[in-house]
Design a protein around this ligand. Structure first.
Ligand code: NDP
Ligand code: GDR
Length: 344
């Protein structure tokens, strides 16, 4: 039976990946950090919180000593490093913390592997945010990087460290450059889930207006459950490598707003421009979305669209859930949760 460490088990991907590994017969050590009130709602939603092969371990990846102890204690075959300060907006407010957690945290794990056991396979959760300012489209493994946020810069450091440890110490380190992936387990600070949760509340009469920032940004959105399968496949491959996971379709935030309202049975029309843009319910004439410039970012990533053909050719991985189905699934779940009076 294989053993895996999944850092960030309380996050969206950590929950889905733990479920996948448990289904495959792994023993999973899911790490979480100590806070005054740890929240395991995602693994509870997936029904795996009491799985006999899931062990929840307290760990903070900014601590090198703790990283070494973790590997000594768990003796894993595979480490999936998903823990991060993962919110781009917050990285502008807390650049140093983001660098420590998202950048140096990954280095701590790589160092621990080098010191404890170089046979441990390592997955680094890299990101399309490393591409940042558009250099070429669609973005693929050899597209030049140009990060546009402290988060993107920290992730680029972790990416290159993974490549460097692969080349210097022969460590099986894979870097998965994943484009945005969403689900009903997505945090509500991210734009898709913020939209589906607010649309559900508007539909149920619990909220009047959804407030957003830049509607023109274009993203390549896929379904998180399919992306964690790609992470696992990378660590089963013959050679460690870097792979893009994406859908190769891009839409604006505005398109996602329209889709989400449609999913709740509300047709909207958009009026105005920039800070004055609004979305209006075509049936009632009520304004249901406005712009609040506080959600604008100091520097924006305008366009992401990924080419996943290498992952398809080498790993046999490809996404299947359409953006329409994904959005509908999220709206439906948020309607259910808000109807029942709770929403995480
Ligand atoms: P989430 O924000 O949902 O989860 C992040 C996890 O990291 C949480 O479990 C969080 O714990 C944990 N964490 C944060 N700081 C620390 C720390 N100092 N020590 C230990 N754990 C910590 O992210 P996702 O699941 O969406 O993403 C998983 C990874 O993939 C992240 O690294 C993200 O940057 C990356 N990524 C995500 C993409 C996406 O579209 N979802 C795309 C590309 C990359 P807590 O619950 O305590 O906050
Ligand atoms: P992103 O995701 O920055 O791509 O990072 P997010 O959902 O936060 O933003 C996507 C785009 O929507 C615009 N936007 C808003 N964003 C938020 N959060 N809130 C708003 O109100 C709002 N209005 C408009 C943003 O400006 C942006 O252009 C995510 C994270 O999961 C990262 O960890 C991951 O690496 C990348 O995806 C790939």
């Amino acid at each position: 039976m294989k053993k895996a460490i999944v850092t960030g088990v309380s996050g969206q991907d950590g929950a889905y990946l733990s479920q996948l590994l448990l289904d495959k017969g792994y023993t999973v050590f899911g790490t979480f950090r100590r806070t005054s009130s740890v929240n395991f709602w995602r693994i509870e939603e997936l029904g795996i919180q009491n799985h006999p092969n899931l062990h929840l371990v307290e760990y903070d990846l900014t601590d090198l000593g703790a990283s070494i102890s973790l590997l000594n204690k768990c003796e894993p075959d595979e480490v999936y490093n998903l823990a991060a300060q993962s919110f781009v907006g917050v990285s502008f407010e807390q650049p140093s913390t983001t660098a420590q957690i998202t950048g140096v945290g990954a280095l701590n794990l790589l160092e621990a592997i080098r010191l404890v056991n170089t046979k441990i396979r390592y997955y680094q959760a890299s990101t399309s945010e490393m591409f940042g300012k558009v250099q070429a489209v669609p973005q693929k493994e050899d597209t030049p990087f140009y990060p546009r946020s402290p988060y993107g810069v920290a992730k680029l450091f972790a990416h290159w460290m993974t490549v460097n440890y692969r080349e210097s110490y022969d460590i099986f380190g894979c870097s998965g450059i994943l484009f945005n992936h969403e689900s009903p387990l997505r945090g509500r600070e991210f734009v898709t889930r913020k939209i589906t949760d607010s649309v559900a509340k508007i539909k149920l009469g619990q909220l009047d207006v959804l407030e957003l920032g830049n509607l023109n940004a274009k993203r390549d959105w896929g379904f998180a459950k399919e992306y964690v399968e790609g992470m696992w496949r990378m660590l089963q491959a013959n050679q460690p490598d870097t792979f893009v996971l994406a859908t190769n379709r891009t839409e604006t935030v505005r398109d996602f707003v329209r889709l989400a309202f449609k999913g709740a049975g509300i047709d909207v029309e958009f009026f105005g421009k920039d800070e004055n843009e609004t979305a209006v319910d075509s049936t009632t004439g009520k304004v249901v979305m406005t712009i609040n410039p506080k959600f604008y970012r100091p520097a924006e990533v305008e366009l992401l669209i990924g080419d996943p053909s290498k992952a398809k050719a080498v790993l046999g991985w490809q996404p299947t859930t359409s953006l329409e189905s994904l959005c509908e699934m999220m709206v439906k779940e948020d309607l259910r949760r808000n109807e029942q009076g709770f929403s995480f």
